[in-house]
Write a protein that binds this ligand. Sequence first.
Ligand SMILES: *Cc1c(COP(=O)(O)O)cnc(C)c1O
Length: 396
Amino acid sequence: MESKKYIDACEEYILHTYNRYQIVIEKGDGVYLYDADGKKYLDFGAGIAVFALGYHDKEYSDALKNQIDKIIHTSNLFYNIPAAKAAEKLVKASGMDKAFFTNSGTEAIEGAIKAARRYAYNKDGRTDHEIIAMNHSFHGRSLGALSVTGNAKYQEPFKPLIGGIKFAEFNDLDSVKAQINEKTCAIIMETVQGEGGIYPAKPEFLQGVKKLCEENDILLILDEIQCGMGRTGYMFAWQEYGVKPDVMTCAKALGCGVPVGAFVLNEKTAKSSLAAGDHGTTYGGNPFACAAVDKVFDIFEKRNIIGHVKEVSSYLEEKLDALVADSDVLVGRRGKGLMQGLIVKEGIKPGDIVNKALENGLIVITAGSNVIRMVPPLVITAEHVDEMIEKLQKCL
Ligand SMILES: *Cc1c(COP(=O)(O)O)cnc(C)c1O
């Protein structure tokens, strides 16, 4: 077993902050992964909703190789060509006004929080602004993002976190109303909660929150890091709701494997929030990462990835619903498009099913305490869905 030696080395030299599956991934091709012992896996996790285009897409890889031969880092003391192209595509796809590139999702959240505080500060000069976040949310592990993550277990050992954060119940408009006061500068939420257990926002909730924001000049920050980039059948999940955020965060599939994130501002927020000197990053917006983003948008359009997601996801939903109906282990399904959660019966650990699936050559992941999460590459076909169902059935 080749894998064993790499697992041992990782455990010897890397800080143990992850309880990993005992598998060493060596390479990927299409929607399949191969481990260091040559075992093949059908991948419905996509590196946690990252590899929207699957592995080893030739056009994507060639774009990166090309950029490597030119330049991969310039610093933000200079302009670069891929950043110009990527930002235009991101702004146009979202109908927003200005983008700021980061290196990860959690940094995009940090930037969104700073933009919101700065917007409110410009307005009234106060330094005690509050942000309302949601219970069971996930926004990242850096201290600002952790402060708006509604998960006591993640937060507790790292207190004190940043101040002025209040929590409300997702999909409960009254609980949000109850937290609003004259200090509130922003409301932050995922359009579809991911880590918390695949909970889509109800239309009346998101529309209600938007109305509250407009009435009180509060900024709506939508975290699209997991649910964005076509996953729900819309480029950004909020586009289905007829609600537009003031600030949006992206990462994960934005670079399809290259680490990159962004926060994107509407005109009102861009005009009066972060200005020269207020925010920065050494690597953010580097030409390598931006060449990936540019090519990802290019491929999405050329291959009509979103049209494909709409089509294949209705097939997936149908098959998952049939699986749930037939199973006495699964009690329900939640999700949108290619972001789906199967709810397991009380007393059964979703992790046990995930482990069995791995033995059967299928990668699925967990979410919340009782959900099996599927966030496959957006390029899966009906045949991959059939293969997944067959493998999953064996584990139930
Ligand atoms: C993954 C995730 C983040 C954090 O992104 P990182 O790149 O891991 O820092 C933030 N918000 C949501 C909704 C996520 O799914």
